[in-house]
Design a protein. Structure first.
Length: 239
């Protein structure tokens, strides 16, 4: 591990928001143990029953609206503010806890809950209100073409041009609270490593792609991330 980094790239998964009271996907009480992916997270499901899919995401909005960032989110903001390097965040999460923690450079590669996209003209609507098959696009006036701006399984990720650049040019890659089971995000560590980054994984337990990580820090993110950030900052101050 280096003493100083110039460009830090952080990948977050639902585990970073677990201590803010939000469900992860694959834990025992995870979302995918309560709902079938085929019913709510594929484009086929959307075309088959739009309002069933809209209801699923509309019903998530109040909880995500009320959720507060935890110490892990806040520590990342501290790193951005106090560490002399560019710090970027690529998140798989559709919650807005990084933004609520006042972090910047946040890229929602799987979309976000408070957006819908018009399948006709591509216009993105930012709203915490319900979106339905009756919603009219503010840009092209089409009705019934607004889809939750969530990347469904099989769809292309968002911001991938930016993400590729960051994976090729970052010298520290940090993964927080993701099981590493969903590609292409699960492959990011390999790319970052290939381009010379030091790689660190934070989780409650070893994950399926832990082979590519130089360091594994196990424990709750709200405890491990503030400690790690403090160490990085102190190392700079000490040098
Ligand atoms: N601190 C650190 N890690 C945690 C914590 C915590 N407090 N709580 C849970 N975790 C870890 C779990 O051990 C697990 O490895 O977070 C991970 C959550 O994994 P998943 O439930 O698989 O969720 P995630 O990796 O975010 O899913 C990736 O899959 O379903 C799709 O699009 C969806 O973005 C999602 C993607």
């Amino acid at each position: 591990m280096k003493d100083k980094y110039n460009r830090i790239l952080i990948l977050t998964g639902s585990g970073i928001s677990a201590e803010s009271g939000l469900a992860t996907f694959r834990s025992e009480d995870g979302l995918w143990n309560k709902h079938r992916i085929e019913d709510v997270a594929t484009i086929e499901a959307y075309y088959k029953n739009q309002d069933y899919v809209h209801d699923f995401y509309n019903n998530m909005k109040p909880e995500l609206w009320n959720a507060r960032p935890n110490e892990a989110h806040l520590a990342i903001t501290k790193l951005q503010q106090e560490y002399p390097a560019e710090v970027n965040i690529i998140t798989q999460n559709i919650d807005t806890l990084h933004e609520k923690a006042k972090s910047k450079n946040v890229y929602h590669i799987h979309g976000q809950i408070n957006q819908a996209v018009c399948m006709n003209c591509g216009h993105v609507l930012e709203t915490w209100s319900d979106v339905t098959s009756e919603t009219q696009c503010a840009n092209c006036s089409t009705i019934g073409m607004m889809k939750p701006n969530i990347v469904f399984f099989g769809e292309n990720l968002l911001y991938m041009d930016k993400v590729e650049k960051l994976l090729h040019t970052s010298d520290l890659f940090i993964s927080i609270g993701t099981s590493g089971q969903v590609f292409p995000a699960a492959g990011f560590v390999q790319t970052a490593k290939y381009y010379g980054a030091d790689t660190v994984e934070f989780n409650l337990e070893p994950t399926s792609n832990n082979f590519y990580f130089d360091k594994h820090i196990m424990g709750k993110a709200s405890q491990t991330i503030p400690k790690f950030v403090e160490e990085l900052i102190q190392k700079i101050k000490g040098s």
